[in-house]
Design a binder for this molecule. Sequence first.
Ligand SMILES: NC(=O)c1ccc[n+]([C@@H]2O[C@H](COP(=O)([O-])OP(=O)(O)OC[C@H]3O[C@@H](n4cnc5c(N)ncnc54)[C@H](OP(=O)(O)O)[C@@H]3O)[C@@H](O)[C@H]2O)c1
Length: 261
Amino acid sequence: MWAVAAAEFGAGLELVELPEPEVGAGELKVRLLAASVNPFDRKVVDGMLRDSGEHLFPLVPGTDGAGEVEGSGERVFGTFFHRPVGRGTYAEYVTVPVGNALAPLPEELDPAVAAALPTAGMTALQLVESLGAAESVLIVGATGGVGSFAVQIARAAGKKVIPIGRGDSLVEADALIDLVSADRSSFEANARYAPLAFNTNFVSADKAQNFSMKGSRETLVRLASMVQAGDLEVPIARRVPLREAVDVFAGHSHGKTVIIM
Ligand SMILES: NC(=O)c1ccc[n+]([C@@H]2O[C@H](COP(=O)([O-])OP(=O)(O)OC[C@H]3O[C@@H](n4cnc5c(N)ncnc54)[C@H](OP(=O)(O)O)[C@@H]3O)[C@@H](O)[C@H]2O)c1
């Protein structure tokens, strides 16, 4: 099968031919139709998880995807991350433990749209639900994958949203979602503007402020329903064929990048 992979930690992506993955006990094999790109994928290639378990090389990144289950033909979408790390969704086939967050892909939903939803959509939905009764929310990094969804979901929940892009000044609000700060001091500076604050990069000394998405089938089903009802727009900025997907980490564009198999 064709895949896009890194030869070693920190290396660029290359088109490679690999054997199709063998399906193990308690796993599904999925023929992917589309995969989406998340910052986590690049972090994995850069070695973020190198001390936490085995990696396979060439390392195929990719957590999110949509495709057809081999054998049954059932269409699914969701998160495919599993260990050992390195056989991700930037490929024609992937295996996945049946317990992963996967949901049926509705007939009418474009697989590329579904593939763009899982990590960013579930993160945005759960972050907004963490805000409780906060009436106003600052969203730092509002133009990215998570931010694009969070802005829409927070507005639909009746909150006043203050999107913060590069160079924008913060103002006081009831809550803050910080999708950008990569160190504690940046986050603490932003958190002064709101009594309730979350970051997605695990940089706060206060663990309650370090948000971690919990993938679930139920959350995926909700997101797909919101898209189908026209209540959530999926901001796909780029659709790249798999065989040309060696540059998907470069030239970040707003919204989501999707790889089409
Ligand atoms: N903890 C979790 O469970 C979890 C889950 C999902 C994601 N994450 C993390 O959350 C972060 C955001 O994810 P994502 O998918 O939304 O990433 P993304 O698509 O790359 O979006 C990040 C956005 O932030 C903007 N940005 C960069 N620097 C900025 C600044 N100084 N001020 C305002 N905006 C700025 C970028 O705009 P430009 O295009 O102008 O650079 C980009 O639109 C990543 O670090 C990701 O790894 C964590």
